[in-house]
Ligand binder design. Structure first.
Ligand SMILES: [Zn+2]
Length: 231
């Protein structure tokens, strides 16, 4: 990017100028909010990019494998790799050794996003779901319903994600041919690793990093041509 002015990255006019340059040159917009000192802006710099919050949502659903995120979200693998890199760098997710491959799981910092995911889901149920909620949440201890504030309507206590059972709601459509989406139609406890049928030894997940070796690339092996949907 060639700049034709002396710029101050914290100056609003610079921020507007840079945004316009991105538009006119067909470039991706920056993911920071240099002119904003608000904590919401700082949060959005981590979780505000397209797909990111859906990846976090899937992680609450129990998705852990690179290939399983791809299967459910149908996003370009390079985008998934980029988002996971951002989330791990920010300490929202971490990579752990799975049975054969590296997996991703939410850290405590990531699990602290559960009220955000729950609240946005409820907002979507209210205004964007004519068929009704796609998923409902129950308290594992007593099967009470988790309300929009994250409290059980039976015992009245706040229900953490790890004590929440997600069950299909009236608006949940029949799953497509995604094995992950199919697995997600069954009631299950949040954060418990999802093991979709047919995925136990899938070769298309990220390989494990050898002990003491260099960092494994975030990108998994190339998907067959045409197998990845556009975002
Ligand atoms: Zn309860």
């Amino acid at each position: 990017m060639v700049l034709s002015m002396n710029f101050d990255p914290f100056n609003e006019s610079w921020s507007i100028h840079r945004t316009l340059m991105c538009y006119t040159r067909g470039m991706a917009l920056p993911n920071d909010y240099a002119g904003q000192a608000c904590s919401l802006a700082r949060s959005l710099e981590i979780i505000g990019e397209r797909w990111t919050l859906l990846i976090v949502r899937d992680a609450f659903w129990g998705v852990r494998r690179f290939a399983d995120f791809l299967d459910d979200l149908q996003l370009p693998r390079a985008v998934l790799a980029s988002r996971l890199k951002t989330l791990t760098a920010a300490g929202v997710m971490t990579r752990v050794a799975g049975e054969r491959h590296l997996e991703y799981e939410l850290t405590e910092k990531g699990r602290a996003l559960w009220p955000v995911v729950l609240s946005l889901t409820n907002w979507g149920d209210d205004f964007c779901a004519p068929g009704g909620p796609r998923r409902l949440f129950r308290h594992a201890a007593d099967d009470g319903q988790v309300d929009r504030w994250g409290r059980c309507d039976r015992c009245g206590t706040p229900v953490p994600a790890a004590d929440t059972i997600v069950v299909p709601g009236p608006g949940l459509e029949p799953p497509d041919d995604s094995r992950v989406a199919t697995a997600l139609t069954r009631p299950h406890r949040l954060l418990e690793p999802l093991r979709p049928v047919g995925a136990t030894a899938a070769p298309s997940v990220e390989p494990m990093r050898p002990a003491g070796g260099t960092a494994a690339p975030l990108l998994g092996p190339t998907r067959p041509a045409g197998a990845t949907a556009a975002p």
